[in-house]
Each structure stands twice: as structure tokens, then as C-alpha cells.
Design a protein around this ligand. Structure first.
Ligand SMILES: CC(C)(COP(=O)(O)OP(=O)(O)OC[C@H]1O[C@@H](n2cnc3c(N)ncnc32)[C@H](O)[C@@H]1OP(=O)(O)O)[C@@H](O)C(=O)NCCC(=O)NCCS
Length: 182
């Protein structure tokens, strides 16, 4: 099952819960992705490109909850979702051992350890279900993200040149990272 046991940690005198997303989180999830799109240029979408309908997000959460090899974790502070981590897999025999990772934390919580808690839960889960490989794309300028991934065993596997457009004629490179889970 794509589920973990909920965990609680303390950050800045507040309690943060790391748990699976549930269907009623759909609205807050979409809002968080929209917020992140305006807080950072390192995500794929610009704010007006985040047009996921709540019903679609509900279906996505439902599918992930039922799936054996997909995961959607959220971090919750004061009943508000402030971070998420998703692992997507494909149901094809040649690639189903491999999961694609996306993570995001609301800017005001950067540096509080929330991303580390999400990564730790995700790695334990990945091992428990026998995933062999994790992979992700990260913009070369995203030092915070790259350092986080290296800390959890990801290595640079390649680079896409001028893959990520951030406006004003500026194209950034994207780094491809992978992690073989032992
Ligand atoms: C990348 C992101 C998830 C990291 O979240 P965070 O809250 O800063 O992470 P944490 O506080 O848990 O820090 C985890 C690790 O990240 C790295 N890190 C955090 N801040 C850093 C900084 N200023 N410089 C370098 N590394 C940093 C460190 O390795 C840190 O571990 P440490 O505290 O033991 O040294 C967050 O910045 C984010 O959501 N960014 C926007 C979305 C994004 O870029 N997502 C990734 C797309 S691929």
C-alpha cells in the first residue's frame, strides 16, 4: 500500500505532521502548488499554469492511495498543508522499479527541516516496497534542492542544457539526478 504511519515533529515551537495525503486535502494541495509557483522559479509551472481542478486532484490522490507504487506525502502545520512530496511510477515491467520524485515546501518554512522529514519517510517507504531507483530533475541554480538530494544519496547523472526558461531571455540548465536504493 502507498501509505505510511503518520509522524509528528517539532519546528519553531510548532507541531508538524508528516502523513499521506487524503482526498479532502485536494483543495489545499492545489493552493500550495499555486503558491509555490509564485514563490520560486524552480518549479515547472508558472502560477497561471496551475489550473488543476479540485476534482482532478481528488482523483489523483485517490489513485495514489490505492496504488502499490506511488506515494503522496504532505506536511501539515496548524491544519495547513505547507509541503508535499510525490513519487510517481509507471506500471510497465521494464521501468516499474523506478520512481520519479517531486518535492515542494512553502517558502516561509524553508530551512526548518520539513523537506528532510519528507525525504526520510519517502526513503523508508521506497525500501519497504522494493523500489530500486529514484530519479528527479532539478534546476542547476537550485542549490538548496541539490544539497537536499545529495544528502539522501542522489547523484548527478546528466544535464539538460537551457531546459528551463525563467523569463527575460534567461534559460537555465536542468540537472538529472538518480539514487539506487540499497
Ligand atoms: C528544495 C526544498 C524542498 C528544500 O526545503 P527546505 O525546507 O529548505 O529543506 P530542509 O530545511 O529540510 O533542509 C534540508 C537540507 O537542504 C539543504 N539546504 C537547506 N537550505 C540550504 C541552503 N540555504 N543552502 C544549501 N543547502 C541547503 C541542506 O542539505 C539541508 O540539510 P541540513 O539542514 O542538514 O544542512 C525547498 O527549498 C523548496 O520547496 N523549494 C522550492 C521548490 C523546489 O525547488 N522543489 C524542488 C524542485 S526539483
Amino acid at each position: 500500500m502507498a501509505t505510511i504511519i503518520s509522524k509528528y515533529y517539532k519546528i519553531n515551537e510548532k507541531k508538524v505532521e508528516i502523513r499521506n495525503a487524503i482526498i479532502s486535502d485536494a483543495y489545499q494541495m492545489v493552493e500550495l502548488v499555486r503558491k509555490l509557483a509564485s514563490e520560486t522559479k524552480f518549479m515547472m509551472r508558472e502560477p497561471d499554469e496551475v489550473n488543476t481542478e479540485i476534482e482532478d486532484q481528488e482523483k489523483r490522490i485517490e489513485t495514489l492511495l490505492k496504488s502499490d507504487k506511488g506515494l503522496l506525502l504532505v506536511s501539515v502545520v496548524d491544519d495547513q498543508i505547507v509541503g508535499f512530496l510525490v513519487i510517481s511510477t509507471r506500471d510497465l515491467r521494464r521501468v516499474k522499479h523506478s520512481g520519479n520524485l517531486v518535492i515542494g515546501v512553502e517558502k516561509k518554512y524553508w530551512g526548518t527541516g520539513i523537506a528532510k522529514y519528507l525525504m526520510e519517510e519517502m526513503l523508508n517507504w521506497s525500501k519497504s516496497i522494493g523500489l530500486r531507483r529514484l530519479e528527479l530533475d532539478v534546476v542547476e541554480e537550485n542549490t538548496r534542492g541539490i544539497e537536499l538530494y545529495k544528502k539522501y544519496g542522489f547523484k548527478v547523472e546528466g544535464k539538460k542544457i537551457e531546459d528551463h526558461y525563467v523569463g527575460n531571455g534567461q534559460y537555465l540548465n536542468t540537472i538529472m539526478m538518480g539514487n539506487i536504493i540499497n
